[in-house]
Design a binder for this molecule. Structure first.
Ligand code: PMP
Length: 307
């Protein structure tokens, strides 16, 4: 599979792709008892650099903590593993998937207090919603599946099982001819895309749903909030009704895999004039500028793999 480089980091060792297998009794396969991250390494003018590595690793440990899972490595070891797997595969850019899962012990719902199996996979993965989407935008629709309610499963954990919700949302959207689906929260307010957070702009003000709207606290979301404030925009975290999408001047979605993608229509209602809006474009420029050197990394967000 050309999408997957040769080597994988597995429980602290770098091994060939073919050898990184699990047993069929693996708890995570049955119940989704895993936590993971999606991280990007960009080929910057100063060499390959992993974007916001510390924050991603912190969220991995946060996700494990919520489920009382133990990752038998330190954050520093995971960070180093991420750098090593890029370097040893001779990659310049990559999508990284740090991943910790309940292995093959038993199939009970009170799994033994054993450490998780831990792995880091590197993939070649272009912009998730398509390269052309970055400029042209995507057609999205509200799906019939709500996002997880706060008292059902914690959306603040990036856990394997949560992604059955994302699969329902994505496949329904695709079945109906849309590029991406947008879920509402359990109160009917806007939550997020199947794998992206969402921003809604009207009259120059940028709004995004709060953590209580069933979202994953996205690291791209946090990056964009910081960049947009730096650019002088007002950014609010606030619950929004569905029609805020219909009445917006601009809407965009963002995530590590998807990057920053304009939404040109929602439920076949044009957003603004149906093309990428100026604020979205300015935010994309600032975001991608972090990787092509035109936006100064004032925050120390880039971890160079050769450092
Ligand atoms: N929401 C969901 C459900 C996601 O899977 C992702 C991708 N990890 C995001 C939002 C965006 O998060 P991030 O910017 O940290 O990639």
């Amino acid at each position: 599979n050309t999408n997957f480089p040769e080597l994988i980091w597995y429980n602290g060792k770098i091994i060939p792709w073919q050898e990184a297998t699990v047993h069929i009794v693996c708890h995570a396969i049955h119940y989704g008892s895993s936590v993971f991250e999606g991280v990007r390494c960009y080929d910057t003018p100063k060499g390959p650099a992993i974007f916001r590595l510390q924050e991603h690793t912190r969220r991995l440990f946060d996700s494990a903590k919520i489920y009382r899972f133990e990752i038998p490595f330190t954050a520093e070891e995971i960070n180093q593993g991420c750098k090593d797997i890029v370097k040893d595969n001779n990659l310049k850019s990559a999508y990284l998937r740090p991943f910790a899962f309940m292995g093959a012990h038993n199939l009970g719902l009170n799994p033994p207090k054993v450490p998780l199996e831990t792995s880091i996979i590197a993939l070649n993965w272009g912009s998730y919603l398509g390269e052309e989407s970055l400029e042209q935008g995507v057609d999205a629709a509200i799906t019939s599946w709500n996002r997880l309610a706060p008292n059902t499963m914690p959306t603040g954990a990036k856990a394997g099982g949560n992604y059955l919700s994302s699969i329902l949302i994505t496949t329904e959207a695709k079945r109906h001819g849309y590029v991406e689906g947008i879920g509402l929260d359990s109160n009917g307010c806007i939550s997020e895309g199947a794998g992206e957070n969402i921003f809604v702009i009207r009259d120059g003000v940028i709004n995004t749903p709060p953590l209580t709207s069933g979202i994953l606290p996205g690291i791209t979301r946090s990056t964009i909030m910081t960049l947009a404030k730096e650019m002088g925009y007002t950014v609010n975290e606030q619950a929004m009704p569905r029609e805020a999408l219909y009445l917006a001047d601009e809407v965009f979605m963002c995530g590590t895999a998807a990057e920053v993608v304009p939404v040109r229509s929602v439920d076949q209602i044009k957003v603004g004039d149906g093309t990428r809006g100026p604020i979205t474009e300015a935010i994309q420029k600032a975001y991608f500028g972090l990787f092509n050197g035109t936006t100064e990394d004032k925050w120390g967000w880039l971890s160079y793999i050769n450092d």
